[in-house]
Design a protein around this ligand. Structure first.
Ligand SMILES: Cc1cc2nc3c(=O)[nH]c(=O)nc-3n(C[C@H](O)[C@H](O)[C@H](O)COP(=O)(O)O)c2cc1C
Length: 171
């Protein structure tokens, strides 16, 4: 299986998720047979948007991406928000991100993951207010969720090496 995992990360948590996804797929590679080339694009979210290198990569390679299976993941701070806002925050975030991705590339899936959000990354005047309303800082990555998502992709891209191939033969 050939899978390009492309990512954009400012502080490293998205890079680590991308590496984790790629390593897990590489392990699966030994057990499965290639069906197609695929692309996974991931980016940290800053100010409701993908980091600058990710969007031009995605939109600029639309033609090449459109003929391959493509998945996206975005890494944000939904789980740092006060509990009542987490799900809704992630959903709104996803809708907003989807609006700026070119429509010629149909995504097989777009997952919102939580990353690492440290107090030092928020402007000092807002930190206390954020905490007061129930916001938190920390490492909110859920590796089991990342693995589950990765395995779904692997399942879709592969078939057991021993199974017969299928196709249409005319003659
Ligand atoms: C300046 C800044 C802006 C951010 N804006 C958002 C945002 O709009 N939405 C969100 O969900 N997370 C936001 N975050 C949280 C980051 O996406 C989160 O910390 C992520 O794990 C960063 O990934 P990285 O470590 O790969 O850079 C922001 C973080 C920073 C530092």
């Amino acid at each position: 299986m050939t899978v390009l995992v492309a990512y954009a990360s400012a502080f490293g948590s998205t890079r680590e998720i991308a590496q984790h996804v790629a390593s897990r797929m590489a392990v699966a590679r030994g057990e499965v047979e290639c069906r197609s080339e695929a692309v996974v694009v991931g980016s940290a979210i800053h100010n409701q948007a993908w980091l600058p290198p990710a969007l031009p990569f995605f939109n600029g390679h639309a033609r090449e991406l459109a003929i391959r299976p493509v998945w996206a993941f975005s890494v944000g701070m939904a789980d740092a928000l006060p509990r009542p806002f987490r799900k809704r925050g992630a959903a709104l975030q996803q809708e907003r991100l989807a609006r700026v991705l070119v429509k010629e590339v149909p995504l097989r899936g777009h997952e919102i993951f939580s990353g690492v959000y440290k107090a030092g990354q928020m402007p000092a005047p807002l930190r206390m207010l954020f905490r007061l309303v129930g916001g938190r800082f920390g490492d909110f990555r859920d590796w089991a969720a990342d693995d589950g998502w990765t395995d779904q992709i692997t399942d879709q891209l592969t078939r057991p090496a021993s199974s017969p191939s299928t196709g249409i033969i005319t003659g």
